[in-house]
Design a protein. Structure first.
Length: 474
């Protein structure tokens, strides 16, 4: 099952995050049904959805190695009220019909770049959309691999004689940004005070982040720091509420290990409140932290478009998003090239692998019914190590294409392969040897899609250690 935000129809050039970590996708989950089950339930984890948010969902069934087609997208408005969460399900509302299962009217269409594109950036206003009234949940929003915003609530309470004497509550918005062509990264924080009374009405509050080298060295040290660093009272934070980012810090990773010259840093947001005296033991300082986030920097030779090196925010597995209506866009000559044949080939390879070529004409001793081609969620892809890997895969593909398809079927076509020749799961490394798909396709579409994938690698700094999968919008 997938839950996603409803996309906005746009004719503008797609942002870098379109094929990295989509702005639309919120959550992916699965469950296993027992033989006697007529209905199964999946619960979206707490914090993934906001009250009143309009989203959409879809589902599909998988049995063994076979996956069925996705259902059409269904609209959903999130209601987190107590009544909504405890009410019995409405049988009429859960009955499916042809009308209820109609295709989502919102078109999913993007122009995917064939060239370098600067990563889109968020503003403080974008981060504030995460909201600040909920003091129980840590929300976060990933614009792309280079921009990440989190909201971290805090509540400090002081007791005297076991009764509340004062309390201060608020939210820190914490933004982490990295660069496509520079090994520096920036951390910004903005504080919103929601309430403050009693002994903590004007308490000193300290907001910062702990950024460390996971290997214990001096890498990741700050190069710049400014704003409201150190302790500041509630009244000062309130007076600065209309400011942009209250605190800004910049760090740099210089470590260059391995063939991709990698280094990493870990950063943890921290909020502290100083309690006035007299206090109970252990109440001198209130401290709240959030889960650390990792930054990976590299100077990989694979990323030739950005030779200055760069950093990405590590958070989950990458997704390369595709829909049948997507178009490759070449900004140099303003050329737009749709590639529906490539989309349909990849879809068949992922959803109906046993029906794909090559078959027994190429691998006479291997059963095509055992094919389970990687590229879906959980069966990750990764970039090939050497240029020779790509050539080796294409050599195998060409031979298989000549065996599996007649000259008439190949006339005026190019042989497309999936997984991509640029991955370590391509034909050269397939396990078993027939576990890939080939198909003669339009040469223009094949070249355009190849350019899109190559640009996606570059614009998102996808290196050998990164894993990714193909997410098909239908």
């Amino acid at each position: 099952m997938e839950v996603a935000r409803t996309p906005v129809k746009s004719g503008k050039l797609a942002k870098t995050d379109k094929a990295a970590e989509s702005r639309h996708l919120i959550w992916i989950g699965q469950t296993t049904a027992k033989s006697a089950d007529s209905r199964v339930t999946l619960q979206v984890p707490k914090g993934e959805l906001r009250d009143g948010e309009k989203v959409r969902w879809r589902a599909r069934i998988a049995t063994g190695q076979q996956s069925g087609p996705w259902s059409s997208w269904q609209p959903l408005t999130v209601d987190l009220s107590a009544k909504a969460l405890t009410a019995e399900p409405d049988k009429a509302a859960t009955t499916t019909s042809a009308q209820a299962m109609a295709s989502d009217p919102a078109a999913i269409r993007d122009m995917l770049p064939e060239q370098a594109v600067n990563a889109s950036r968020m503003t403080l206003s974008d981060c504030l959309e995460l909201g600040y009234q909920d003091l129980e949940t840590y929300y976060e929003f990933r614009q792309n691999r280079f921009d990440h915003c989190r909201r971290i609530p805090f509540r400090a309470t002081q007791y005297r004689l076991f009764s509340k004497a004062g309390e201060v509550t608020g939210v820190t918005f914490y933004r982490l940004t990295t660069n496509q062509n520079d090994r520096t990264f920036k951390l910004q924080e903005h504080v919103v005070i929601l309430s403050a009374w009693g002994t903590l009405a004007d308490a000193p509050i300290w907001v910062d982040r702990i950024t460390v080298d996971p290997k214990g060295g001096t890498d990741c040290a700050p190069t710049k720091s400014g704003g409201m660093t150190g302790w500041h009272r509630v009244s000062e934070w309130k007076a600065a509420s209309r400011n942009d980012w209250h605190i800004t810090g910049e760090h740099r990773s210089s470590r260059t290990e391995g063939v991709d010259k990698e280094g990493s840093c870990s950063t943890t947001p921290v909020i502290k409140v100083k309690m006035p005296r007299p206090i109970l033991p252990g109440e001198r300082i209130y401290s709240a932290t959030a889960k650390a986030r990792s930054i990976r920097c590299d100077n990989s030779q694979l990323i030739g478009w950005y030779p200055g090196g760069g950093c990405v925010i590590e958070s989950g597995v990458l997704a390369l998003y595709m829909s049948e209506d997507d178009e490759a866009y070449n900004a140099k000559n303003n050329r737009r090239t749709p590639f529906p044949e490539i989309y349909r080939h990849i879809k068949k390879a992922l959803q109906l692998p046993t029906l794909t070529k090559p078959g027994r004409k190429t691998f006479y001793d291997l059963d095509p019914n055992n094919k389970n081609i990687p590229g879906n969620w959980g069966k990750w892809l990764s970039r090939a190590k050497y240029s020779a890997d790509i050539g080796g895969t294409r050599g195998i593909v060409e031979v298989a294409c000549n065996l599996e398809f007649t000259p008439a079927q190949r006339q005026g076509k190019q042989c497309d392969e999936f997984p991509f020749a640029s991955t370590l799961q391509g034909a050269r490394y397939a396990k078993p040897a027939n576990n890939f798909s080939i198909l003669p396709v339009d040469p223009g579409q094949n070249r355009a899609h190849g350019n899109v994938v190559g640009a996606w690698y570059q614009n998102n700094r996808v290196i050998r250690s990164d894993r990714f999968y193909i997410h098909l919008f239908e």
